[in-house]
Design a protein around this ligand. Structure first.
Ligand SMILES: Cc1ncc(COP(=O)(O)O)c(C=O)c1O
Length: 468
């Protein structure tokens, strides 16, 4: 099969390269000092700037997180209500915290875990997810543990993407996808999603954001290696319907393209949730599903994630993960395993969903009160709000790094400075050509304590005088 042969050749190539470089390093050590001296100091290829960064990390503009966090620190309204980044304002459930504390007392939990992950966690995930995938998942061959979903996705790109291969990403995208794909040498092909007509004047369901399937199909060619799907979606809050996923999956089968399905918000859906891997055996064979303990148990700092998929794909993801970080944090893998083992007896998944949906519903009342339309989420914990009606004072001073960005950056800056609430400008999740689609929107994360959400609502009432 095309998948395994290409991945195998890449990984055996990288093993060969490291073998050759190890051997040549040995040769260098034994070579004559004078000749290596003259080679190093007279070569025309001598580096003019030893500190010049590699292309893959050079030239990155200031990212949205640091702009928003810096602005938040400089705001005259303190403490700021930070609804920007998607970290939780509260702790994991007590049974998961207890599991983490107890794990620290166990000798083996403080040592290296196997590179593919702790057997207990792989088993707990296979048991928990088998019913969702309508098949028995093999914990040994079909699950691999990673350092958060993010490193799991990097491992997947490293496993299957060769220099110049194309990877399709839908806009808006979770920003880490892009650098992860490019780091592996891939070329990102962007397909924008569009909000439903009229979403700038009245609230509509996040379901209304659509992929132009003709544009998607037209983008597929012999270089297309993977696509990245995200459902429930960050930042839109859309849960892709079965029909949408079927149409995407069938095209991937037709063109033999790997689907990387980012399902980190898989426990937070408020409408029926379909897993693309389940749609047919053919789609299942080329789908890697990504999960996150951080998102599931409110501990984004733990950095425990995983991929589930067919063994002939998972083994190469594990091989790449071994090269990137060898293995992931042991005691927190153990605690995540116990979290999955005990979640049902604590009715945790139901409670978690109910709680988040409740926060979402309560918080969004402020937009109804202010008359600002929003995209009503079907899942996850982000809400996109349309701020076209907010009129920014003409003479308002924005610093140059904000002034040069689209209007949503100015809206975010203004809200931080004048109202004391931080949100994320979503044009950051689009390419410049398509940024206009969301330049009037802002993204708010509701995974915060209720009193924080109430303070945010109170402060957001301060926007009234700027609404046309
Ligand atoms: C869509 C999406 N995928 C992946 C991640 C990263 O998950 P993790 O923290 O497990 O790396 C995030 C985090 O915000 C996300 O929003």
């Amino acid at each position: 099969m095309r998948v395994s042969v290409r991945a195998a050749s890449k990984i055996s190539q990288s093993l060969k390269t490291s073998f050759i470089s190890r051997n040549s390093a040995k040769t260098k050590q034994t070579s004559n000092f004078n000749s290596s001296y003259s080679r190093n100091f007279t070569s025309s290829t001598m580096r003019s700037d030893p500190f010049k960064p590699a292309q893959r990390v050079a030239g990155q503009k200031q990212d949205v997180w640091s702009i928003v966090n810096e602005a938040a620190a400089a705001s005259p309204v303190q403490p700021i209500v930070n609804m920007g980044q998607g970290f939780f304002g509260y702790n994991p459930p007590q049974f998961v915290i207890d599991a983490a504390k107890q794990a620290l007392d166990k000798v083996d939990c403080n040592q290296y875990s196997p590179t593919k992950g702790r057997p207990r966690l792989k088993k707990a995930l296979a048991k928990a997810y088998s019913p969702h995938f309508n098949r028995e998942i093999n914990p040994e061959t079909e699950v691999t543990i990673t350092t958060g979903a993010n490193e799991g996705m990097l491992s997947a790109f490293m496993a299957f993407v060769e220099e110049g291969d194309e990877v399709i990403v839908f806009e808006p995208f979770f920003d880490q996808y892009i650098s992860n794909i490019e780091m592996a040498g891939g070329k990102v092909i962007y397909i924008p999603m569009h909000p439903p007509p009229g979403s700038d004047t009245k609230t509509s369901s996040a379901a209304g954001w659509k992929i132009n399937m003709e544009a998607f199909e037209a983008a597929l060619n012999s270089k297309t290696r993977m696509i990245v799907l995200n459902s429930p979606h960050n930042p839109i809050g859309k849960v892709f319907s079965k029909e949408e996923l079927q149409a995407i999956g069938d095209l991937c089968v037709k063109h033999n393209i790997i689907i990387l399905s980012d399902e980190v918000y898989d426990k937070l859906y408020y409408v029926p949730f379909t897993r693309v891997a389940n749609l047919s055996p053919e789609i299942g064979k080329l789908t890697l599903t990504v999960g996150s303990g951080g998102k599931n148990f409110y501990c984004t700092g733990w950095r425990v994630g995983w991929l589930i998929g067919p063994g002939n794909l998972i083994k190469y993801v594990s091989a790449a993960h071994t090269r990137i970080c060898y293995s992931s944090v042991s005691p927190l893998q153990e605690a995540t395993a116990i979290g999955f083992e005990q979640a049902d007896e604590h009715n945790f998944w139901e409670e978690s969903k109910k709680e988040m949906k409740g926060k979402m519903g309560k918080f969004n009342k402020i937009w109804d009160e202010l008359g600002l339309p929003y995209s009503d989420p079907e899942g996850g914990y982000f809400v996109l709000v349309n701020m076209a009606k907010v009129s920014l004072p003409e003479d308002y001073h924005f610093p140059p790094h904000v002034a040069e960005r689209p209007r949503d950056f100015k809206l975010a800056w203004f809200l931080i400075m004048e109202v004391g609430v931080a949100a994320i400008p979503p044009t950051e999740f689009f390419t410049p050509d398509n940024a206009h689609i969301v330049e009037d929107w802002l993204r708010f994360a509701v995974c915060k304590n209720d009193d924080v959400l109430e303070t945010a609502q109170e402060r957001l009432r301060g926007l009234k005088k700027y609404i046309k």
